[in-house]
Design a protein around this ligand. Structure first.
Ligand SMILES: Cc1cc2nc3c(=O)[nH]c(=O)nc-3n(C[C@H](O)[C@H](O)[C@H](O)COP(=O)(O)O)c2cc1C
Length: 387
């Protein structure tokens, strides 16, 4: 069973991840992980922190001479900003009270519910962990999953389709694997990760407008996976369905408010005859369309997996939002701490990581073995005998 845990506060010493269940013998490139971390930190509209932090991962266990051992892998990402927060977040009680508490909960954040739930009197105790800083570790762990999937030529990518009102309704059901890879390559060169040129400029204008007015924006992005074998996930039980697992994982990314698979909500407008992906055979089963986004009955069907996620606008605003002080109960303006204006491009990279993780998990359930060699043998057998 492939599983992970993460720990760490946004301004604490660092983030830790423990991954268990990776097979032995997988080559791991730290450079690849660093590239993924960098992709997460980029994007037009990010806040000041991205300029301070340049994330790097250290392995504490589970990797020897560039390959996995099969034992738990521990990853560490140090927070470079730690020295400025050493007193504020120290475990030593001598520092208690040396940093002013946060008492003005921000609407749209975990601040108020988290404070009440965990019986805190300083919102910092909540916001440090609820922050999307945690996703740096999820991207590092997703990069391990991507490296496993790449052994089987499964590629994962993403691109942004909407920022605020700047959007494009793109028909993904006709996109072939090479089209998706082309869109990914273009997106990786764009400051907003948008592969469509006129739209890219409009997206940046929307962000500029939000910067000027002390506001923020959200948007949508598509994550895809190519060359996914038929039969990952299962129809036999609700929590084994690949679409439900992907939707839950996507929803777990901070600020994601909607997830669609394939044509998603647009399917409700159509007649069934127009949107079911008909089945053909020429020595192998194939489809000519992909309205279902590569998943039928909770299982991958061999077509590219297409997932769209929608992110709400960033909730911390320079333009004050109404709130209530948790101590005085008086009306106040919500707390403001250095913040992104738009993080949709970054969220698309996190989306890639969580889908990589879901697919790696489902892949190991199907072809599982303790070593990469065992898994390859099982995968080859399945491909030659069944598909
Ligand atoms: C990559 C990324 C960066 C984010 N940056 C910020 C930020 O700078 N300021 C902020 O208020 N929210 C930011 N958010 C959103 C909040 O983390 C999120 O809205 C909050 O934790 C509440 O969770 P919920 O929106 O899922 O309910 C970011 C989210 C992501 C995915």
């Amino acid at each position: 069973m492939l599983r992970f845990l993460t720990a760490g506060e946004s301004h604490g010493k660092g983030l830790i991840g423990i991954v268990e269940g990776m097979p032995s013998g997988l080559k791991v490139s730290k450079e690849f992980i660093h590239r993924e971390l960098k992709r997460r930190q980029q994007g037009y509209g990010r806040g000041g922190r991205m300029k301070i932090e340049s994330d790097e991962v250290e392995f504490i266990s589970g990797i020897r001479w560039g390959k996995t051992l099969g034992s738990p892998i521990t990853l560490l990402i140090k927070n470079r900003d730690w020295q400025n927060w050493e007193k504020a977040l120290n475990d030593d009680p001598q520092f208690e009270g040396s940093f002013p508490p946060v008492t003005k909960p921000r609407p749209g954040h975990a601040d108020l519910a988290g404070l009440i739930k965990y019986d805190h009197s300083d919102i910092r105790n909540v916001l440090e962990r609820s922050s999307a800083r945690e996703t740096a570790m999820r991207v590092a762990i997703g990069a391990l999953a991507k490296q496993l999937l790449e052994e089987f030529n499964i590629n994962i990518g993403s691109f942004v389709t909407k920022i605020g009102t700047a959007s494009l309704s793109i028909d993904t059901h006709n996109l072939k694997e090479k089209d998706l890879i082309e869109l990914l390559n273009k997106a990786d060169k764009s400051p907003v990760r948008c592969p469509f040129e006129p739209l890219e400029n409009k997206m940046m204008e929307v962000i500029d407008r939000a910067i000027k007015t002390g506001d923020s924006v959200g948007g949508s992005f598509i994550v895809f996976a190519t060359n996914v074998p038929i039969g990952l996930g299962s129809y036999v039980h609700w929590d084994r369905k690949l679409d439900s697992r992907i939707a839950a994982a996507m929803m777990s990314i901070q600020a994601i408010k909607a997830v669609e698979i394939g044509d998603g909500v647009k399917l409700a407008d159509e007649f069934g005859s127009r949107v079911m992906d008909e089945i053909f055979y020429n020595g192998k089963f194939y489809r000519t369309t992909n309205h279902m986004g590569g998943i039928e009955g909770g299982m991958s069907n061999g077509m590219p997996i297409i997932v769209k996620a929608t992110m709400k606008p960033i909730p911390t605003l320079r333009k004050p939002l109404k709130s209530v002080d948790i101590i005085t109960k008086e009306p106040v303006e919500a707390a403001y701490e250095r913040s992104d204006i738009c993080a949709v491009p970054a969220a698309s990279i996190i989306g890639e990581a969580v889908i990589a993780w879901c697919l790696a998990q489902a892949f190991l359930e199907k072809f599982g073995g303790d070593s990469l060699g065992d898994i390859k043998a099982s995968y080859d057998f399945y491909n030659t005998k069944r598909c």
